[in-house]
Design a protein. Structure first.
Length: 504
């Protein structure tokens, strides 16, 4: 299987594409970082780029609250708290529309303002605006390190929301880790406040803590909505989604800002200085980097990054001159404990995951005769830029996505047709390199795919080795989901091979 870089007009990573019919090469912008072509051709380089994005995300999450701290005068924010949020969203709208014009021309620009985009992502942007307002309110009353630690309660609140809204349960180990993490966070806050000369819990502003907890609730709810619709509208370019978010985000933030007495009395840009501008730019970088992290990695790794930002904040406050914080071993160890508990939660097996993995490793192989093989995939996979093959077998295949061997020599990841269990669509785990002649410039254009030769098969057979996941609705099938299926299929295949070797 090869990922097509020309599937859709997607932003923020430049890729070279070839227009075979016109005999010229141009550059297009991809929403994926690293691009799907890079992941297919150079997996090691893609892994390094993902690590770089992860480190960048941690730094942005750490330095953002530190910049807000530095913008204070005598411990207080003098400018109207919501004005940097408004300017940040204006910057984001201009940036995303510029990228739309660069990557897709006028057609790309129209996508940013289509009614479907504004209706879906505009609503989410309005809720995000409330979260930013609460963030600025809390940051005006709390320090950056305390704010970041309190934010880690989002794991507990997210778990409760997922249980309530989606029925996703947590294992007993996960609930124990979550409760331990809550206690560790509370200890960190109390000890950190005490080391600064406060009086423990009594020195914490109650209103600031309440704003942070409301911010966490809003953030968790927005995360659920964002995950749902970013995947459901996988055919929509990312710059259009961010633009739709930012437009209503800016309008809602402007409305909240105009209601602030300080803005009404002193003006929108009162008490603004260079540091305030940096705060606004930091908000912009934070928004875009978060979207890209969710696109390249997942929300769990996002939470790990936010937890690691706690350590970065504390180390920066201790080591950088002028911040006036002394090193306290107890505070540092508690911060490390919080990060360790977050990591433990994220790597702990989910309910039924261990049982499913064991069944996948020891499930008997299902060998069936191959009736026909077509090297051209379905229109759905072509439109999202994934190169597949369709086949028919003599016996019914298991529902959902499976991994196995085609012809006894080609490792594959297959998706059984929901209404015809004798038919499936296959992706080669080997990821053959993408050649310039295979990359099409326009979405859904796969003329070369028709002429692609089928792989050599020593035997006309398809062997199912194990289960990857259950079937998904058609609207939730995306290029990112296919890449995740491939990675899971490789992991299962490697584990099965290792288990077979150990058994001998």
């Amino acid at each position: 299987m090869s990922a097509r870089t020309g599937a859709g007009k997607l932003p923020l990573v430049l890729e070279e594409v070839s227009e075979a019919s016109m005999g010229k090469t141009r550059r297009r912008i991809s929403a994926y970082f690293p691009s799907r072509a890079t992941r297919a051709q150079a997996p090691q380089r893609a892994a390094i780029l993902k690590l770089g994005l992860f480190v960048f995300f941690i730094l942005t999450r750490a330095f953002h609250p530190m910049l807000i701290d530095l913008s204070k005068h005598d411990g207080k924010i003098l400018y109207a708290k919501n004005t940097p949020v408004v300017m940040n969203k204006i910057f984001t709208i201009v940036l995303m529309n510029s990228l739309a014009l660069l990557g897709g021309g006028l057609d790309g620009l129209r996508l940013c303002w289509q009614p479907r985009c504004m209706a879906v992502f505009g609503l989410i942007g309005t809720i995000y605006a409330l979260g930013d307002f609460l963030e600025m309110q809390s940051m005006s009353k709390l320090g950056g390190g305390v704010y970041q630690v309190l934010l880690q309660t989002k794991l507990l609140i997210t778990a409760l929301m997922l249980w309530w809204l989606k029925g996703s349960k947590q294992s007993s180990l996960q609930w124990h880790v979550l409760f331990s993490m809550f206690l560790a966070m509370s200890c960190f806050v109390l000890v950190d406040q005490g080391s600064d000369g406060g009086s423990g819990a009594g020195s914490l502003p109650l209103m600031g803590v309440m704003c942070v907890m409301l911010k966490v609730a809003v953030s968790c709810y927005c995360a659920v909505l964002s995950e749902k619709y970013l995947k459901a509208f996988s055919d929509m370019p990312l710059y259009a989604k961010i633009s739709g978010l930012a437009t209503t985000w800016a309008m809602a933030s402007l409305l909240m800002s105009s209601m602030e007495p300080q803005v009404q009395q002193e003006g929108f840009f009162a008490h603004w200085d260079g540091m305030t501008c940096l705060v606004a730019l930091s908000f912009t970088v934070k928004t875009i980097s978060t979207m890209y992290l969710l696109q390249a990695l997942d929300s769990l790794q996002k939470n790990i990054g936010e937890a690691l930002a706690v350590i970065v904040i504390y180390v920066s406050q201790v080591t950088l001159p002028g911040l006036g914080k002394s090193f306290e071993l107890s505070v540092f160890l508690l911060a490390v404990l919080v990060v360790g508990l977050v990591k433990t939660y994220l790597i702990s097996p989910k309910v039924g995951a261990a049982k499913a993995k064991k069944q996948s490793l020891h499930a008997p192989a299902q060998d069936t005769k191959l009736v026909s093989l077509n090297s051209r995939g379905t229109a759905l996979m072509q439109n999202i830029g994934i190169d597949t093959m369709t086949c028919e077998v003599a016996e019914a295949l298991p529902s959902g996505v499976f991994y196995g061997m085609l012809g006894g020599v080609h490792p594959v990841c297959g998706n059984t047709h929901p209404s015809s269990p004798n038919h499936c669509e296959l992706m080669l785990l080997s990821h053959p390199p993408v050649t310039p002649g295979d990359i099409e410039a326009s979405k859904g254009c796969f003329d070369n795919a028709a002429a692609k030769a089928a792989p050599f098969l020593p035997s006309q057979s398809l062997t199912v080795l194990g289960h990857v996941r259950d079937p998904l609705p058609r609207e939730k099938v995306s290029a990112d989901q296919c890449m995740k299926d491939l990675e899971q299929a490789r992991t299962h295949l490697q584990s099965r091979c290792a288990a077979a070797v150990n058994a001998t």
